[in-house]
Design a protein around this ligand. Sequence first.
Ligand code: ADP
Length: 554
Amino acid sequence: MVHATTLKIMRSTMMDLPLQVSRILEHGATVHGGSTVVSWTGGEPRRLPYAQVGAQAAQLAHALRHDLGVTGDQRIGTFMWNNAEHLVAYLAVPSMGAVLHTLNIRLFPEQLAYVANHAEDRVIIVDSTLVPLLAKVLPQMSTVEHVVLVGGADPAPLMAAGPHLSVHHWDDLLRGKPTRYDWPEVDESDAAALCYTSGTTGNPKGVAYSHRSIWLHSMQVCMREAFGLGPQSTALVIVPMFHAMAWGLPYAAFMSGASLVMPDRFLQAEPIAAMIATERPTLAGAVPTIWTDLLSYLDRNEVDTSTLKEAIVGGSACPPALMHAFSERHGVEIIHAWGMTEMSPLGSVSRPPIGVAGQEAWDYRYTQGRIPAGVAARIIGPDGQPAPADGEAVGELEVRGPWVTSRYVGDDEPDAEKFRDGWLRTGDVGTLSPDGYLTLTDRAKDVIKSGGEWISSVELENALMAHPAVLEACVVGVPDDRWGERPLATVVLKEGVSATVTELWDFLAGRAARWQLPERWSFIEAVPKTSVGKFDKKEVRARYAAGAIDVVLV
Ligand code: ADP
């Protein structure tokens, strides 16, 4: 018989080494010192081995500490593309105990000023090509004292922002600084980085990641069931470092020795294709719209994509047609993933169970993926109660876990709209299967409520985007006298092809229930996108309400 007190005295005897970002930095710079980060320039790409990234990180930390007087957990903003210097800042700032704040350069100017002021950014590091954009909002950023300019742009527009500002050149600051830094020991629950949501409703909200959450999240990213990063990998990071921490790829790469290819500002299909052909990445990550553009390019041009085995697609639902096209025409397997800024951001990754093949495997791949061990997930039904994970019951997804935020920055209490009993309410609606796969049918605010039934806008979009003439399809709910709401289908056709509304309606009729088929249709030039490249459904609804969309009725 086991005595109860025996159990009580059996405590863990493990050491407690804090999980801090500086250990990721030191590990990458030494053990994986030969792995490289390539920054695209439009001309000769710049290559920096991780040993040099580590040396520059130490130099940057010395400069921030001794020249700019950065202490404690002061916030250092970055206003940058994906490139080596941004990687250096990612590593140096948290390692020295300060907090990295990645500013989303695509936010509206008022929102940019709002987040910089809210975070109380003291320093901003800016890429030369982004000087004009930053200069416009800098006068409204009231806490910024120093701007560090990377590259050779004229600093005058920055200086004009105010007499209280000093502008420094990255190279001048780093020159002659020691290439080692005695990184302080931090409490692993201290904030390391800060990222704001894109604020599609109201002001952006800040999420502060801890050293510990970054560590655990990076390990998850490296796992084979997630992105499977290791020294054998080269990751092309198209998802911006200013959006949801580039899905954790920079830290995971430094931790695992994976090399990085960074596109800087070259995000169009042609340079991306050139990066794939010449830098030979094994993996890439981007939102669906980037892959849609790249697909049209690859279909029209001969490009060697042979090394690119896997493309991670997330941020919004990936149309199955896109997955098939990449796999069947270009040998690239699209791996669907789901996450949120509030989750560091990785939630689920869609890899089929071992031993499953054919259409069954595809069916798994269409889902948003499998929830990892580090995340607990549940579905809350319309009655507000947890619903079974049976692949059938539909409801709002809630999650909790060590890399899920428990409240927004500056809030004393968790915001009741987003948090419930220690769970994050994702605002995403869908099902969970008994084997842990998540299928999202919509965002709660985009579900179309027609006569008491729910129509999934995403399902209609996916079905439409399987039509050979359709480049993009965005479906939103619009007011309807009889049904409350009905779907409006807005469609962008591929270049040089045509299709009629009747044709598309017939096509959809074979793929969706009759009562779900839209009566309202519109051909549009382009789907409006949010600052992070998602369909901006709020904008589509607003344009419809303003009568700015020409509608054809069927
Ligand atoms: P925002 O778009 O508000 O800036 P995020 O980029 O953090 O914030 O977006 C998170 C949201 O993006 C999720 O809650 C979900 O609605 C959507 N999303 C992310 N990945 C997927 C996916 N694979 N399928 C469907 N929706 C997704």
